[in-house]
Write a protein that binds this ligand. Structure first.
Ligand code: NAI
Ligand code: BAL
Length: 498
């Protein structure tokens, strides 16, 4: 499907209906309190929708319905092939509605329509399909035992799951979580970020249309305090999977400890290094990887490259090439398909990112472009202790730290509270392999930037992650639990039975 012109996208946006209520037990419903909150287009500041501001009573209702669905087995005990069929139909409906979802996502989040059309929505669909296709090919195990026993190790869906989502990839993060959770047979209560509720609400309706039984996928919009915390503290939620900041993620450990010791999986922040050694080949290609790593999705990406750790011998040439490529990334109207850098998600986030840029001593290029937009920016840092080398900025800001040798590069790269992703550019195979082993990060890329794909686990070391991984079959571990079943097969047992 080709892209439209910016005028066609604008016309489509103007003609669209947006969901504005919670989706619980197969129907849209206003908040129990009747309250709403405004949702605005971050590129224009225009308020285009008021969405249900849910609270603890709505969470209770959603959990009650999710529990009912889980316990009566309408989904949790459906044959895996039947779950697969429904989820494949769901993926087809997402495909049929891809353009509408792309426009909604772009309007709500400030993301470039180009990214929504070519990455966010296609990857969302692929993710749902991948987990659907996997689920009827996963076998349980029989443990080694004597002839007198059989010991089976079986996977069961964990139960009612709370999914608390960020605003940077509203639909894709939803898919990363509901893909494996629904495939496994769980019932879910989703809390989208308050900045970006729309696509999750629409997708819940599409899942129902695909045949997902009511009560299995519920979406409860609202604030972190009013909806996120009640999910974290709910006594009848078995597990929470969260993506967002490290500060908020840690709160879910407290909530779990102070409620029902629910399982908690956290995918949190990053301060991801890219090391470029003096033997790196093709600096122009390296620069393109770095531009992509640092500036894609406006740097609003937990896996964004935010620290460039570069050998002094190649620094000047590399920075020139980065600037050249960064200049190709147009900043502007997210609905213009030529745009590569849209608006930051909210005025508050724009202020945060601009505030960091003001604290940089040497801005090589870029800076705030005003009106919620920040241009691709590169700042030179005196060392790795500088505030801009420590904090997750979550904007299009790449900090540069110069180093003199490989051991120093690895030491600086690992000197962070985070451990999500890291990249290493070198032509020396020994260095590449040693470096990949020494870097303390969940995903390491060599001579490239990326976070892998649906087939590889994604998650962090240290304060970037806790409790499990998204993506790949390992994601199913989050949403299932193991049961051991021992059966006595001995003659004595036969006699006892007969
Ligand atoms: N790892 C990642 O992918 C993300 C990281 N961030 C980082 O976090 C910073 C702040 O962004 P926020 O949107 O405020 O992130 P956040 O971590 O506070 O929000 C993520 C989700 O948690 C919910 N939440 C917030 N406070 C909560 C609470 N007390 N209890 C339960 N749920 C709560 C939010 O409503 C949202 O759905 C960003 O500047 C960025 O550095 C933000 C979004 C995604
Ligand atoms: N990069 C996908 C995960 C995240 O940013 O939260």
């Amino acid at each position: 499907m080709g892209l439209l012109t910016k005028y066609e996208y604008a016309a489509l946006a103007a003609s669209m209906d947006f969901p504005n209520a919670a989706y619980i037990d197969g129907a849209y419903r206003p908040a129990v309190s009747g309250a709403t909150f405004p949702t605005t287009n971050p590129a224009t500041g225009e308020r285009f929708m008021d969405v249900a501001a849910c609270g603890a009573a709505d969470v209770d209702f959603a959990v009650e319905k999710a529990r009912e669905a889980f316990d009566d087995g309408r989904w949790s005990r459906a044959h895996p092939s039947d779950r697969k069929d429904v989820l494949i139909r769901f993926a087809k409906l997402l495909t049929r509605n891809a353009r509408e979802l792309a426009v909604m996502e772009s309007l709500d989040s400030g993301k470039p329509i180009y990214d929504c059309e070519t990455v966010d929505i296609p990857e969302t669909i692929h993710c749902i399909k991948w987990h659907a296709e996997a689920v009827d090919k996963i076998y349980d195990q029989v443990a080694p035992s004597s002839d007198d026993h059989i010991a089976m190790v079986v996977r069961e869906p964990i139960g009612v799951v709370g999914l608390v989502l960020p605003w940077n990839f509203p639909l894709l993060m939803l898919a990363w979580k509901i893909g494996p959770a629904l495939a496994a047979g769980c019932s879910v209560v989703v809390k989208p970020a308050e900045e970006t509720s729309l696509t999750a609400l629409r997708v819940a309706e599409l899942a129902r249309e695909a045949g997902l039984p009511r009560g299995v996928l519920n979406v409860v919009p609202g604030s972190g305090a009013d909806v996120g915390e009640p999910i974290g503290r709910h006594m009848d939620i078995d597990m929470v999977s969260f993506t967002g900041s490290t500060v908020t993620g840690k709160k879910f450990l407290t909530y779990a400890a102070e409620s029902n010791a629910k399982e908690v999986v956290l995918e949190m922040g990053g301060k991801n290094p890219a090391i470029v050694m003096d033997d790196a080949e093709n600096l122009d290609r390296v620069a393109q990887h770095l531009v992509n790593g640092a500036y894609w999705n406006m740097g609003e990406n937990c896996s964004a490259t935010s620290r460039l750790i570069v050998h002094h011998a190649v620094k000047d040439e590399l920075l020139q090439r980065i600037e050249h490529h960064a200049q190709q990334w147009n900043v502007g109207d997210p609905l213009d398909p030529e745009t590569r850098i849209g608006a930051l998600v909210s005025p508050a986030h724009f202020e945060k990112v601009s505030g960091y840029l003001k604290k940089a001593e040497k801005v090589v290029f870029g800076g705030s472009a005003g009106g919620g937009f920040v241009a691709p920016s590169l700042v030179e840092l005196p060392d790795n202790m500088h505030l801009l080398a420590r904090d997750e900025i979550f904007g299009p800001v790449l900090g540069v730290i110069e180093i003199d040798n490989f051991d120093q590069a690895i030491q600086v790269a690992n000197d962070t509270d985070y451990g999500l992703c890291a990249s290493l550019f070198t032509a020396n195979a020994k260095r590449a392999i040693r470096g990949a082993r020494m870097l303390r990060a969940g995903t390491v890329t060599v001579n490239s930037y990326g976070e892998g794909d649906i087939s590889t686990p994604f998650g962090g070391y240290k304060q970037s992650g806790f409790g499990g991984r998204d993506n790949s079959l390992h994601a199913h571990d989050q949403y299932t639990q193991l049961k051991t079943i021992w059966i006595d097969l001995s003659d004595d047992a036969d006699e006892a039975v007969s």
